[in-house]
Ligand binder design. Sequence first.
Ligand code: 5GP
Ligand code: SF4
Ligand code: MG
Length: 457
Amino acid sequence: CIMFGIWGHEKAAELTYYGLHSLQHRGQEGAGIVVSNGEKLELHKDTGLVNDVFSRANFPELLGNAAIGHVRYSTNGTKGIDNVQPLLFRSQTGSMALALDGNIMNGQKLRGELEDEGSILQTSSDTELLAHLIRRNGHEVNEETIARALQQFVGAYAYLIIKEDKMYAALDSSGIRALSIGRLGDSYVVASETCAFDQIGATFEREVMPGELVTISDEGIKSTRFSIREPRKMCAMEYVYLSRPDSDVNYVNVHASRKRMGKELAKEAPADADIVIGVPDSSISAAIGYAEQSGLPYEMGIIKNRYVGRTFIQPSQELREQGVRMKLAPVRGIVEGKRIIMIDDSIVRGTTSKRIVQMLKDAGAKEVHVRIASPAIQHPCHYGIDMSTREELIAANNTEDEIAEIIGADSLAYLSDTGLEEAIVKDKTINQGVCMACMTGKYPVTEEKKLDSKFTT
Ligand code: 5GP
Ligand code: SF4
Ligand code: MG
């Protein structure tokens, strides 16, 4: 999912819409904006793409100087309008709206506790949990009640909360998910990816830190902490696939990191071939890196129909397969008779690679050597990225040779764990480290581990 928020701008809702639009690649199931005019909160949300949802919105009715917005792709929660965020809660003491990017691992347990105490939850998403936990800590929504609620969570998350006179942003204590802070004149902006800042002309200021709770209001910005700050474990898949190439994630540019992945891959897994091609759009940077390192020409062997969305983000396998067919086409004049190195950023279920190898062979490619710019994904993600069931992961159930056979490649190789880590963590003092649990099985946050290091205020 993605989030965007702005404080202190008369066109808050409209700028939030532009911000969300630039983050559409991260989810396509629904979008919403909550705006505050200082006295009350107004919500507009619906299922569908940002443009569809807000072409039906009436911006003059969404007046106010502050707003938060969200774009959804489903992970644990079910689909449908009820789970489209932000979620808005009204009460006699004031309203609050919340948006979440990530996953609360002990969400089911907390939900059970709340229900035992008599709470009735409206949605199946973890977002709502925070609202209930805050209220359980007292009537006021403030740093204290929010921090105490966040301390009960185990997981990976970025939260945005808005009430009439304040906005809060929080990041999990290992910083697995991401949230950046920017400035637009006198206003403050927060976003899941920095490309949203460029979109509206804002400048990047800093990252929200692991375990930090940021409060933004007319008085400015204030930082508190709800947890000890663990070494950062930024999600490696943000660099591999999820983020836009023009974004800087935790101070590292995504395109540049992908190029380094491609270069490293060329060193680790060369192949005799005539050209290097990448699967648009997310693998192009890595393919350019591979070509540069290997000295082979980079070619446009596959083109993409711009009017089809991201296939992975489609919730069912059937839609996903149809999506790949509609989305990608080989450039026959380029691939015919050639020995090709085809770079993809990752293999999850194997749908994309299999179709593309077939497509390239049908278009006359002599050989297709598949090179993947990340290690094999063998483990589920518990931190909010949708690849959670092990059965679906082709590399969890097949050896490299078997996968090569299944996808019809003449050869197959993945980038090594250290290759990926080094491509991302170019400066250890800033980056500290990444989460690569879906590739290595080493989970930086587990329910057991987290409870030991619980922080008390
Ligand atoms: P597959 O087709 O093997 O199921 O998925 C691999 C394709 O989906 C790759 O081309 C990659 O660009 C994209 N992809 C890989 N990992 C992720 C992920 O974690 N999230 C999303 N949304 N897409 C991914
Ligand atoms: Fe990202 Fe994989 Fe870690 Fe999930 S397990 S947070 S997808 S690196
Ligand atoms: Mg792809």
